[in-house]
Design a protein around this ligand. Structure first.
Ligand code: MRU
Length: 358
């Protein structure tokens, strides 16, 4: 996708021993490119959210395994360190385990090359899966547009499940970009997504760069908009989805799903197969929910006089707690938009798309 008209991905190889990323902590104010050269750089970048979003976390970890291998770090140690950085997004384990499996069967003199090759495959697979999510998901938007006789389709999204959270296209945004590109009138309600404001900072930024009409709203506005017929559909991403269709996504997603259910607004979740956790059935009991620093709740960042400033919102002494994700039970989800097509959020329908996971 484009920044200032120039195509970018979120991660790329600078040379054989350096990976570059867009350091998302500076967006939307500054475009900062960061070099990652050691296993610690990768672990730090994922944990402190220089990169974030389930697919991008996975791709970054895969390259982290390559750099670790290049520097002679024991692969299992590197895998453990990377997997420990963020607990909810299953793409992390998916990518690290894929690299480990490829390395395990490689001849030792070819191991580094095989690991690099696997990291590249993970990146390209992610791009292609997001493109296909767009191709399938656009049909839903097209149908709504036809029913509305070409009037604007209003789509609400939460957090950033855009290209900045992936390598390209995004998951939740892929159908939106596809619709916009084919001339369908779309408008996106962007939840600001406290506490880190991924909606206000990142989703708004990438929609603006692509010219997609959008409006930033406070997290609590969605229910009101739905009650007044101002939302035609919701599309969100996910960090981990069970084989039964329970969806973990950014904190606040569940409340949007409840409001959508109460107002008969279709609620879709867009995901590549790397975000399914095929080993679990019960999202509420089995998906680990990341708790992050209370300071992310107590302080708010913004741009002032040429730099990012952080201000205290709460009484200094007040405790805060910061759950990063929540689980939306499958019963509130209208459909899952995957690279293989759209299905209902239940085990039979998911397995009909992914029969190899029976
Ligand atoms: O904590 P974050 O910013 O990594 O959380 C990201 C999300 O919740 C996204 O919605 C999810 O990863 C889907 S990304 C395509």
């Amino acid at each position: 996708m484009n920044i200032n008209g120039k195509p970018y991905r979120t991660i790329w190889e600078k040379n054989t021993d350096t990976i570059e990323i867009i350091d998302q902590r500076h967006l939307p104010y500054q475009l900062v490119i960061e070099e990652l050269k050691t296993l610690d750089d990768f672990a730090h970048a994922i944990r402190d959210m220089h990169v974030r979003g389930a697919p991008l976390i996975g791709a970054t970890a895969a390259y982290g395994m390559y750099i670790a291998a290049l520097q002679g770090v024991e692969l299992q140690k590197a895998a453990d360190e990377l997997k420990d950085t963020r607990p909810t997004a299953v793409n992390l384990a998916y990518a690290v385990d894929k690299v480990l499996a490829a390395a395990f069967i490689a001849e030792s003199n070819q191991q580094n090359q095989i690991i690099l090759q696997t990291a590249r495959e993970i990146v390209e697979e992610s791009v292609e899966h997001c493109r296909l999510i767009g191709a399938h998901g656009v049909e839903i938007i097209r149908n709504i547009s036809q029913k509305k006789e070409g009037k604007t389709v209003n789509i609400l999204t939460h957090c950033n499940a855009g290209w900045i959270a992936c390598i390209d296209y995004g998951t939740a945004t892929a159908p939106i970009y596809a619709a916009h590109n084919e001339g369908i009138n779309v408008h996106v309600w962007v939840d600001e997504t406290r506490p880190r404001n991924q909606g206000a900072r990142l989703t708004a930024y990438e929609l603006k760069e692509h010219g997609v009409p959008h409006t930033v709203i406070v997290d609590n506005a969605g229910g009101h908009l739905m009650q007044h017929g101002m939302v035609d559909m919701v599309i969100v991403g996910t960090d981990r989805t069970t084989r039964t269709g329970d969806v973990a996504n950014k904190i606040g997603t569940y409340l949007k799903a409840l409001a959508a259910h109460d107002n008969q607004v279709p609620f879709y979740v867009a995901l590549p197969s790397s975000t399914f956790d095929w080993s679990i059935r019960d999202g509420l009991k089995e998906i680990p929910i990341e708790t992050r620093s209370a300071d992310e709740v107590k302080y708010m960042e913004g741009w002032e006089n040429g730099s990012i400033k952080s201000v205290l919102l709460t009484p200094l002494e007040s405790p805060a707690i910061n759950y990063g994700f929540d689980v939306t039970p499958a019963k509130y989800i209208t459909g899952l938009i995957t690279e293989r097509g759209i299905c209902a959020a239940n085990e039979a329908a998911i397995l009909a798309l992914y029969p190899e996971q029976q």
